[in-house]
Design a protein around this ligand. Structure first.
Ligand code: C5P
Length: 402
């Protein structure tokens, strides 16, 4: 996988820079070539001498290094690589990319490149938690930047929490996965277009209030990730979820059920549709265009009307129906019986049913215990992580579409 690949490794200025030395060794052991770039701050933590000795390649340090500039411009430097890896990715480097700043070689390369970029953040836990850093990380994810870590643990500064850079072997695995995800990916879903809905919907009451539900979007996000990793072209239609969207998918953000329906219709035709969103069943009939005022003695009364049933609509399309339509059923009692009836009512091919009674901890949790209901009856899957459920479902979808 790594043999013959070229990695442009940008080392930022953080204590975790020492782990990048090990990363260089591991990459080279596997046959990759490493072109190292160091920021000024990185040189305070590891020496360019060690880096270039391990990389077997001179370190690029300066934007205005005329010798190098004459041989190979900085744009070429970043574009020749199969992958750009930033480790450690400091708050400063992430902020520069997100803010569009380019005042040294590392930030200029990052702005000039059209090569995929993988970031391995490392910083103090409070820095990582800072809203500005979180905003930058979310924006970068949205733009398709890959992330590995940060991990949670004891930090060099004596604090505990997320902010530790991933270990070299974890970064290596992420590099391999990222390269496999690239245009070379030859997974079983290559060439298949799949629409995935995910997350809750927000149904407006007035400009400041809405009705929502407890869906985190975790299961739908995991499914989109699993399908993309098998090579599918995924359109990910998501309500306002708690978890960031996965990499390598087309993200369409929506608020209400009606927005979601329009986005799904626009994304069709597709080979398959997986509707994991917790779509609100009702919306407020007369959404107020201005904020409803609190008036003494008069309580507002909300009237509801039914939302479109996106799953049923797609399942029952007369023309251009996706070859496989998968719905979800979150039930609190008689799970299999209700889900089987739901499958018939909606007209979808499969239903993934789960028990969301509060005592299961599934809604908003990290695990899921599901039943796959199809023509063939009901299959009970053991309780497992939401990503494992997603991976298994993606394998089944690949088998069904092949
Ligand atoms: O009817 P119920 O909400 O239990 O059905 C759940 C399934 O239907 C899920 O797959 C969900 O995404 C989908 N659904 C939908 N549009 C709605 C309601 C539910 O697509 N308005």
């Amino acid at each position: 996988m790594l043999a013959g690949r070229q990695i442009l490794l940008i080392i930022g200025g953080g204590i975790a820079a020492y782990k990048s030395l090990e990363l260089i060794r591991r990459l080279r052991d596997r046959g990759a070539s490493v072109i190292p770039v160091m920021t000024k701050a990185a040189e305070e933590f590891v020496t360019p001498m060690s880096v270039s000795a391990l990389a077997g390649h001179a370190v690029h340090r300066d934007l205005f290094d005329l010798g190098h500039e004459a041989e190979m411009g900085h744009i070429q430097l970043s574009r020749a690589a199969d992958l750009v890896v930033v480790a450690p990715a400091t708050a400063d480097l992430m902020g520069k990319i997100a803010g569009g700043l380019a005042n040294d070689l590392a930030s200029t390369l990052l702005m000039a490149t059209d090569t995929p970029v993988l970031l391995a953040p490392a910083m103090n836990v409070r820095m990582w938690d800072h809203p500005a850093v979180q905003r930058n990380a979310a924006w970068l994810r949205d733009q398709g930047f890959g992330f590995v870590g940060p991990n949670e643990g004891d930090m060099a500064c004596g604090e505990f929490g997320p902010g530790r850079m991933s270990e070299p072997m974890e970064i290596l695995a992420a590099i391999e996965a990222r390269l496999a995800d690239g245009p070379l990916a030859d997974g079983p879903l290559k060439g298949k277009r799949i629409v995935v809905t995910s997350g809750p919907t927000h149904e407006p009451i007035d400009p400041v209030r809405y009705i929502a539900n407890r869906s985190s979007g975790a299961q739908g996000t995991a499914i989109a990730r699993a399908l993309a990793s098998l090579g599918a072209q995924v359109v990910f239609v998501t309500g306002p979820a708690d978890v960031p969207p996965p990499e390598g998918v087309e993200v369409v953000r929506v608020q209400s059920a009606r927005d979601m329906r329009a986005a799904v219709q626009a994304a069709l035709p597709a080979d398959a549709a997986v509707m994991a969103a917790a779509v609100a069943d009702w919306r407020v009939a007369s959404e107020s265009k201005s904020k409803i005022k609190k008036t003494k003695g008069a309580l507002p009364v909300l009237e509801f009307e039914e939302n479109p049933d996106i799953l049923a609509e797609v399942s029952q399309m007369a023309q251009g129906r996706p070859g496989l339509v998968v719905g979800f059923a979150a039930e609190t009692d008689d799970v299999i019986a209700h889900a089987t009836a739901k499958r018939a009512r909606k007209g979808c091919d499969w239903i993934v049913a789960n028990d969301v009674s509060p005592e299961t901890g599934i809604m908003g949790g990290t695990e899921n215990a599901v039943h796959l209901i199809s023509d063939a009856g009901s299959e009970d899957w053991p309780r497992m992580g939401k990503q494992a459920v997603a991976d298994r479902l993606a394998d089944r979808i690949a088998a069904a579409l092949s």
